[in-house]
Design a protein around this ligand. Structure first.
Ligand code: SME
Length: 173
């Protein structure tokens, strides 16, 4: 196999159609208004469609802590203080964090020692973070700009589906 086709294969394997994923989730969300069910399906759909990851889930903001919500992967830490770890830092700053090597992130919390790179997207409504979406990969630098923009977009669709229910999003599940 030539270098070009190897690169082509890699791109083929890694590229996720996030627009399609957003549409698939919107269809699922339409069919079920239960927040726990909707959140569990959001996580399950993303985990099934994003390749080369070993963990994906939600941490829900409760007071000054993030509490483990629906997820796929190995059992994980149940509580993360805001401001700690990649998740707590993302929640505190209200910014997506894309970490190529988690061992370079000061204060990284290792739930699964296999995780090497991580993408954390804060879920924001009315200007306030109410949860984060956390995705881990056993490969270094797994997440690209395309993954960041795409997961931010599907997260906005998820937040919009929750907002459509017109219930407070504080401690939403
Ligand atoms: N690595 C995260 C902790 C959560 S697990 O990856 C599931 C962090 O540093 O916040």
């Amino acid at each position: 196999m030539s270098a070009t086709s190897r690169r082509f294969c890699q791109v083929e394997i890694m590229t996720v159609d996030y627009k399609m994923l957003g549409k698939q989730f919107a269809a699922l969300a339409d069919a079920d208004e239960n927040r726990l069910a909707m959140s569990a399906n959001f996580v399950a759909l993303l985990y099934a469609e994003i390749p080369d990851i070993n963990w994906l889930g939600l941490y829900i903001l409760r007071g000054d802590k993030l509490v483990l919500g629906p997820f796929q992967g190995l059992p994980a830490c149940t509580t993360i203080p805001v401001g700690q770890g990649v998740c707590g830092t993302s929640a505190e700053k209200g910014e997506t964090l894309r970490i190529d090597d988690v061992h370079d992130f000061d204060g990284h919390i290792a739930c699964d020692p296999a995780s090497k790179s991580e993408l954390v997207v804060p879920l924001i409504s009315d200007g306030r973070v109410f949860a984060v979406l956390d995705i881990d990969s056993p490969y270094g630098a797994r997440f690209t700009e395309h993954d960041q923009v795409g997961t931010e977009e599907v997260s906005r669709i998820f937040v919009a589906a929750l907002e459509a229910q017109q219930q407070p999003l504080d401690e939403f599940i």
